[in-house]
Design a protein around this ligand. Structure first.
Ligand SMILES: Cc1cc2nc3c(=O)[nH]c(=O)nc-3n(C[C@H](O)[C@H](O)[C@H](O)COP(=O)(O)O)c2cc1C
Length: 212
């Protein structure tokens, strides 16, 4: 019996070690480890080439489930030191959307607008570079995740930075630690939606890299 117990303990410890080394946890671990399997995912290559900034939206409401999926992709974005300072405000009510129009010209009558913030109480400051706040990078990565997830779900978006962050914080009465980094109006593209000229005006591949 003693021998059996010792073999059992060795196998159990060995398997736990193997799971932790390969980065996968047994299925009953924390909630945050749950990953939904996705079928028919477009390649990221296609997604990144097809996406364009949508500035004309249809009236079709966005399903709550899709909004949650977009937010979920913001949640899992990589962040400096895993500090996870990204925080997102959702504007859906008529009143909130009207307020958004007072802080930027670029709302495009979208049915939903996200304000992606850097929670400066949480964000990583990099000492060796004058305490540079990496939370802005983190918020931008989260915003990218949201933009591409939206597109995967057939929802268009446009990244907006044409605003004054202090003004946005004031109008929406945000806490001092929440710094608006980007706004993301989203919605189903209108029938006449098409890429702007800027979308196709991209530099050549050879112009944007160099081996050192
Ligand atoms: C950091 C950033 C800020 C932007 N700010 C605005 C903005 O304030 N208003 C707007 O209409 N588009 C804005 N855009 C969208 C860009 O104009 C657009 O991505 C660019 O022209 C390329 O077009 P495409 O996204 O269709 O490929 C912004 C994009 C980025 C990445």
């Amino acid at each position: 019996m003693k021998k059996f117990l010792s073999i059992f303990a060795t196998v159990f410890v060995g398997m736990s070690l193997m799971f932790s080394l390969c980065g996968c946890e047994p299925s009953n671990s924390t909630e945050t480890q749950k990953v939904e399997s996705t079928v028919n995912v477009k390649s990221f290559y296609d997604l990144s080439h097809e996406r364009y900034s949508v500035r004309s939206f249809s009236n079709k409401p966005i399903e709550e489930e899709k909004i949650n999926k977009i937010l979920e992709c913001a949640r899992v974005a990589p962040t400096a030191r895993n500090d996870q300072p990204q925080f997102i405000y959702i504007l859906k009510s008529k009143e909130a959307l009207e307020k958004a129009k007072t802080v930027t010209k670029s709302t495009f009558d979208a049915p939903v607008i996200f304000i992606i913030c850097n929670d400066t109480d949480r964000s990583c400051k990099i000492e060796m570079d004058n305490n540079l706040d990496l939370g802005e990078h983190d918020a931008c990565i989260a915003c990218c995740h949201m933009m591409f997830e939206a597109w995967e779900l057939g929802i268009g978006s446009v990244w907006v930075r044409g605003f004054n962050a202090d003004n946005v914080a004031k109008v929406f009465n945000l806490p001092k630690n929440m710094r608006p980094v980007a706004m993301l109006p989203i919605g189903y593209p209108a029938e006449d939606s098409k890429p702007s000229k800027l979308h196709t005006t991209k530099r050549e591949l050879k112009e944007i890299y160099k081996e050192l």
